[in-house]
Design a protein around this ligand. Sequence first.
Ligand code: MN
Length: 242
Amino acid sequence: MKPPRLDEMGGETPYAIIGDIHGAANQLERLLDQNAALRDREIVFLGDYVDVGGESRSVISLLTEYAAFAPNTVFLCGNHDFFMRDFLQQGDFVRYASQGGLATIRSYVGIAYGNVRQQFRESIPSRHLQFLDGLKTFFETDEYLFSHCGFSPSQPFDRSFDTMVLASHQDLFAPDTFSTKPVVFGHYFQRQRRPWTGRGLICLDTGCGIHSGPLTALLLPERRFLSVDVDLSIKMLDLEWK
Ligand SMILES: [Mn+2]
């Protein structure tokens, strides 16, 4: 099959797709203030709201407020959001700490001592827990697939939680990989701190919260990127689409 051109794909529905946040509350707040750019769009968050960055609690607060204001917003689950929920339920403390969870715990508890999980649980507002419980595995329309990790090029129809949320599909970045339906994902940090586009593939993890990178949103169908840098400056970027 001939690989399609990305600029021939997609539909007319206006979307704003928002990449990894990782506790960068100021950048998120600044992005959500861009009313002119976000108005009348379906908003899809690609997940990884928490961990490593310092203000995970504030990020979840902003997102739950936004969900109340715009109830059609789609919130997908990232692996880090799963890690947080898993630790709250029964996960291992040392493992969650190594995954960047200390910053998340600190943002809720302050300084923890003794039974960290219990203090963490007791410090989390119930609406934050409901938010985590309500995260979706993926969101797919006739026009697009949105998920945290993209998809597995070797099993392109697999929509399992493992494949959509937890796995790393490095073969997405192989030169011969393409998708006939545009797939928008986060998860894979782009060292240039700019979004990456392949054939039918768009990655929006520009290092927000972890690598001092911008928070990046993709505006569809215009195919423009809106980003908020750590200094809260706003940039519009047009990349060449393959
Ligand atoms: Mn991430």
